[in-house]
Design a protein around this ligand. Structure first.
Ligand code: ADP
Length: 317
């Protein structure tokens, strides 16, 4: 099967506490697969399309864990390089109210494998045979990864692939939304699908008026075809140059929303971009993929297979 979607950028291990708020007293931590584009790629694969990852892991047990997870999920791993470094880590902090934040073992704090990916690690001609590349803003912060991602994204856009960008704004990496946006500008010029969570949109653009922001970015970046805004338990909104769609979320018993946004993006790429379902149906299905992902701990644990998704949709009709 030919790879249709490549995720590129950070792949890491998410360390998630079993209960909210306990770091100071000491707590049980669990190890999960993570990294936004990597989560999305696993989502695409479970939904039945061939997906690949372009990234770097460390020469350690966490790197082996990431590679074996990807292989088990049927992800193409030829462009996942093993570097003489440690695998990057993201520690998730669960607040009492269900909110999440992060602190990283990664640049700028320490140099770890994911930011070390170079353009020469990848065969660009091979990558350009795909239909979609999906990039996370986290990977645009530090060279050489940031340059690698930029060159691949630009080549993808210029060769007619869809280039998907999720800012994944993390204050721990950027310091301020303004600084992040300055960097993202270069990438947005080659983006066809911009997908983001409302919280990130608010931090980046200093307003929660997502309709206005969507309109403004469509105007500013001629490459854009879709602007998607995920609204958590409220659902999601997508604006194109012709129309706009809002679909409410599905009601589920959410235990951990980590990765819900990445799952949503996998659903949207699969059903709208690859399979050409209409916008309304695609947003609804993407909401279902997001909702199902919230039902278990970890970003990828509850990513649905195609059959699970179809059964869920049937049960909710
Ligand atoms: P992000 O991780 O980017 O903040 P969201 O939290 O908005 O993304 O989640 C992505 C999608 O997953 C939402 O658009 C929604 O469809 C679904 N989702 C998220 N949280 C819930 C929830 N508590 N209940 C049902 N669906 C949810």
């Amino acid at each position: 099967m030919k790879v249709e979607v490549y995720g590129l950028g950070e792949v890491l291990v998410d360390i998630i506490p079993e209960e909210p708020g306990k770091y100071r007293e000491g707590t049980k931590l669990t190890v999960h697969f993570g990294g936004a584009p990597a989560n999305t790629i696993i989502g695409v694969s479970r939904l039945g399309h061939k997906a690949g990852l372009i990234a770097a892991v460390g020469e350690d047990l966490f790197g082996e864990f990431i590679l074996s997870t990807l292989e088990r999920e049927g992800v193409y791993t030829k462009w996942v390089k093993v570097k003489k470094a440690r695998t990057s880590l993201a520690f998730v902090v669960l607040e009492e109210g269900g909110e999440r934040s992060f602190f990283f073992y990664r640049k700028p704090w320490v140099e770890t494998a994911d930011t070390m990916l170079k353009l020469s690690d990848v065969d660009l001609d091979d990558v350009l045979k795909a239909k979609v590349v999906h990039v996370s803003g986290v990977s645009t912060a530090y060279a050489p990864l940031s340059d690698t991602v930029f060159e691949i994204m630009r080549a993808a856009y210029e060769n007619g692939l869809e280039a998907s960008f999720d800012p994944n704004y993390r204050p721990d990496i950027w310091g301020s939304g303004e600084r992040a946006l300055k960097t993202f500008d270069k990438y947005l010029k080659y983006t066809t699908l911009l997908t983001m969570g409302l919280d990130e949109l608010t931090s980046l653009f200093n307003t929660s008026d997502y309709r206005k922001v969507s309109e403004e970015v469509l105007e500013k970046y001629p490459s854009l075809k879709w602007v998607a805004v995920r609204l958590g338990a409220r659902g999601a909104y997508v604006k194109t140059r012709e129309t706009e769609v809002y679909q409410p979320a599905f009601r589920v018993k959410a235990v951990d929303t980590t990765g819900a946004g990445d799952a949503w993006t996998a659903g949207f790429i699969v059903f709208h971009v690859l399979e050409g379902r209409d916008l309304e149906t695609s947003v609804k299905i993407a909401n279902a993929v997001g909702a199902l992902t919230c039902t278990k701990y970890g970003a990828t644990t509850a990513l649905p297979t195609r059959t699970e998704l179809e059964e869920f949709l049937k049960s909710r009709d």
